[in-house]
Write a protein of this length. Structure first.
Length: 100
């Protein structure tokens, strides 16, 4: 006499299939962790304040540099007050240009 389906023993899983199932699970977890780590590192890197080179030019009180650029004869600094400061190579202020 045959046993009902709900009372039969489950079929035995071959060893190769069990190994493959575990390998896929481990690789999936590794990929998820790796992608998560890349996203976290990118968010941290993109939220960091940009590094502005310090050319040693004196800015007015309370103003910090947003952007700097240097040529052979001039140093250009964009300040947080919305003004472009133009210095000569001796670091003497030559001109200010409002950017607003």
């Amino acid at each position: 006499m045959t046993q009902p389906i709900d009372q039969q023993d489950p079929p035995v899983e071959p060893a190769n299939l069990r190994f493959l199932r575990r390998l896929v699970t481990v690789l999936t977890a590794t990929m998820i962790i790796g992608v998560g780590l890349i996203v976290v590192l990118m968010v941290m890197r993109l939220n960091a304040a940009p590094a502005v080179p310090d050319f040693g030019v004196p800015l007015p009180g309370g103003v910090s540099a947003l952007s700097t650029s240097i040529t052979d004869s001039r140093i250009f600094v964009v300040g947080t007050d919305g003004t472009l400061y133009i210095y000569n190579t001796d670091k003497v202020l030559q001109q200010t240009v409002p950017l607003d």
